[in-house]
Design a protein around this ligand. Structure first.
Ligand code: G3I
Length: 351
């Protein structure tokens, strides 16, 4: 069974890339001098046909250096945490969409698309949800998805509907509060509710540790194939790609996993890429070179896979990364492009 819709992703992405490459976006207002962004190109303007994205936080949008890079490089925006359940509904029934709205408004101003992240994740359950009875959790679960997906109806390209629901060893589903109190069917329920609330959004399952062929990716494959068999609206799988340059999944295995998901008629995307280098042996330059190679080779796999429609980095400057003590991103903490940036630019440029 193929996916419900075959979105004209390539056309949409190319249309946006062409527009932004012609300077379509407004010049960022910057009261303080912004270091010149060298004319070394723009990740979103390579003509790759792929959406090129980053996770962002609303509070950084007023930083001129942050905005200058964000405006130039990316056309696919993900809220790093501000569209999650615990960030929106800190008290039962009291929802604050302001940060997510600011992120969507920013994306709209740039002609960029938005991926909602994430409706159901054991890592972002509000504190008041934990103690609910099964019956009350069902009510809260359904109300949350309807309210949040409904609030952003028609404004997002996609949702990460369910995040990290498969056990790390691939033995089954992760034993989360949702599975314990709502049963294994909570995943299908979440996708159905999201589709009802926003019929146009592409609906993704998102996870880490299942990028290449193995027990976890086998279980993810079986999960999404099973959802399709039940007629559940699922459009794709996000491969988070939180990796280290030392001991990373092989290109061949990642490519094979992308291809088997694509054979189901699903889209795939690289959804949260960052590449740690602290455990790479040798000089600083050796670490940076290993990081560049990892970024280049893996992004190229997405470029080469027709059903890989997007690559998103989990931030873009080492000044703001969730990985404390490492430097996993494309720009350094002073907003200077690292070798990794040029590796990604080369991959998106077909080099
Ligand atoms: O910005 C506020 C700050 O104002 C406040 O003082 C502070 C204390 O409450 O919180 C700060 O927000 C934190 C935010 O990170 C920014 O640092 C949130 O509490 C914290 O929950 C949030 O953590 C995020 C985490 O998911 C949980 O939502 C990380 O940024 C984010 O990188 C991480 O991302 C996850 C993906 O969603 C799923 N895949 C794994 C990935 C890494 O864990």
């Amino acid at each position: 069974m193929t996916a419900r819709r075959t979105p004209a992703m390539g056309f949409v992405a190319c249309a946006m890339i062409a527009w932004s490459a012609c300077g379509g976006g407004p010049a960022p207002s910057s009261p303080t001098p912004v270091p010149p962004v060298s004319d070394a190109g723009s990740l979103k303007a390579t003509g790759s046909g792929k959406l090129v994205g980053t996770a962002i936080q609303a509070g950084f949008l007023s930083d001129a250096r942050y905005r200058a890079v964000l405006d130039r490089e990316f056309n696919y925006i993900t809220a790093e945490y501000q569209m999650k359940w615990d960030a929106i509904e800190t008290s039962p029934g009291v929802r604050d969409f302001s940060a997510g709205d600011a992120i969507v408004a920013y994306a709209d101003s740039q002609g960029a698309r938005v991926k909602g992240h994430t409706l159901i994740w054991h890592g972002s359950v509000p504190s008041w949800v934990g103690g609910l009875s099964a019956a009350d959790l069902r009510i809260a679960f359904e109300s949350h998805i309807r309210a949040v997906a409904g609030h952003y109806r028609g404004r997002l390209l996609a949702w990460d509907v369910v995040n990290e629901a498969v056990a790390d060893d691939g033995s089954g589903l992760r034993d989360t509060v949702f599975r314990q109190k709502l049963g294994d069917g909570y995943i299908a329920d979440a996708f159905r509710l999201a589709h009802e609330a926003d019929p146009q959004a592409l609906l993704f399952y998102n996870d880490y540790g299942g990028e290449d062929m193995g027990a976890k990716s086998n279980r993810i494959y079986d999960l999404v194939k099973g959802l399709q068999a039940q007629g559940v609206p699922v459009d794709g799988v996000g491969l988070q790609m939180h990796i280290s340059a030392n001991g990373r999944p092989s290109d061949a295995s990642i490519s094979a996993n992308m291809a088997r998901l694509a054979s189901l008629g699903l889209l795939v995307n690289i959804s949260e890429m960052d590449v740690r280098i602290n455990n790479v042996a040798g000089s600083t330059q050796a670490r940076l070179d290993a990081q560049k190679s990892a970024y280049h080779d893996i992004v190229r796999l997405c470029v080469m896979e027709p059903k890989c429609h997007a690559v998103t980095f989990w931030g873009f400057t080492d000044a703001h990364t969730w990985i404390v003590g490492d430097t996993p991103l494309l720009y350094d903490a002073q907003y200077v492009r690292k070798p990794a940036y040029f590796g990604v630019l080369d991959a998106l440029s077909g080099r």
